[in-house]
Design a protein. Structure first.
Length: 318
């Protein structure tokens, strides 16, 4: 991809890490980041999928790295983070995307092992990854590097609306959103932005079972305004935006938080955005913005909803 001169989306010399970057949403993010000039590291547990992803990303002629890493293993995350930084020099943005879905047949039949399996990856893994990336970014800041960094979590609309037979999944994503807000408040002083992306129903390996069930499709798809599922490519622009433009905005604004809500599911109204709102002069506050749309009673939106909060003003950014 040839970018216009002085493009705000030029990621040359930017290094991005995408966990779960060998497929689905993560690969969609990684592909767009590489297309805009970023060096990209992907972590995944499947070596063959890692290799296939690197082959796909290779057409962009940027520096690439793949690491086999189980994010639920704290020591493995620490080693993978060290290896990534040693190989690529730094990490400017970390997309904490790796996750698993629930396999429980129902809530009452959900075993403690199934609960912990999901929490181990979705919540513990997100914590390990974000903590190690933040350590690196804070260390750079202390050493005089004012570039800051960006931590972006992939969570889920189920964090707010729940998920039948997936109480473990929704709870894990709600926990990540809470962690996101606290990181944003605590580490704004280090130039670190922290945000969440909340997908609805997206065509990935994780949702293949549901999308192969005719009754599910017949009941859910008509409630999606655009009458299509989300795709991994839908997340590319957001990844580039979060990685680059947020840095440019943070340089001129003392107060900036952006939270993205990507949905294509069956929810009661356009809703949410709970964010950690911070100001470099005033005390930190927690701010919640709710959007309601009575004309869409059974769905949110199929697309991308991004709002910025700058100096207390709500501005649509995309």
């Amino acid at each position: 991809m040839t970018l216009p001169e002085h493009s705000p989306f030029d990621l040359t010399d930017h290094v991005a890490l995408v966990t779960g970057g060998n497929g689905g949403i993560g690969l969609g993010m990684a592909d767009a980041l590489a297309a805009h000039g970023a060096g990209v590291a992907i972590w995944g547990t499947n070596p063959d999928k890692n290799d296939a992803a690197i082959e796909q990303l290779g057409r962009h002629d940027v520096e690439l790295l793949s690491i086999v890493c189980d994010v639920g293993d704290e020591a493995a995350v620490q080693q993978a983070m060290s290896d990534t930084i040693n190989e690529l020099g730094r990490i400017d943005s970390c997309f904490v995307n790796a996750g698993v879905g629930s396999r429980a047949p129902s809530f009452v039949d959900m075993t403690s092992d199934e609960w912990r399996r999901v929490m181990r990856i979705n919540l513990d893994g997100a914590f390990f990854t974000a903590r190690e990336a933040t350590k690196h970014m804070v260390s750079r800041h202390v050493d005089g590097d004012d570039a800051g960094g960006s931590i972006v979590f992939t969570t889920s609309g189920s964090a707010f609306f729940g998920q039948q037979s997936g109480q473990n999944y929704g709870a894990s994503k709600a926990g990540v959103n809470s962690m996101m807000k606290a990181i944003a408040v605590q580490h704004a002083r280090h130039g670190i932005r922290c945000n969440s992306v909340l997908p609805g129903w997206i065509e990935t390996d994780m949702t293949a079972g549901a999308f192969g069930w005719d009754k599910f499709v017949d009941n859910v798809l008509p409630r999606v305004p655009m009458r299509r599922w989300g795709t991994a490519d839908d997340f590319g622009g957001l990844a580039v935006y979060a990685g680059r433009l947020l840095a440019a905005c943070a340089a001129v604004a003392s107060t900036l938080v952006v939270v993205a809500l990507v949905t294509s599911g069956t929810f009661a109204m356009w809703s949410l955005l709970a964010v950690g709102l911070f100001n470099s002069i005033m005390f930190p506050t927690i701010f919640t913005l709710t959007l309601e749309r009575s004309s869409a009673p059974t769905s949110a939106t199929s697309g991308l909803l991004v709002f910025g909060i700058i100096g207390g003003a709500v501005l649509p950014l995309l």
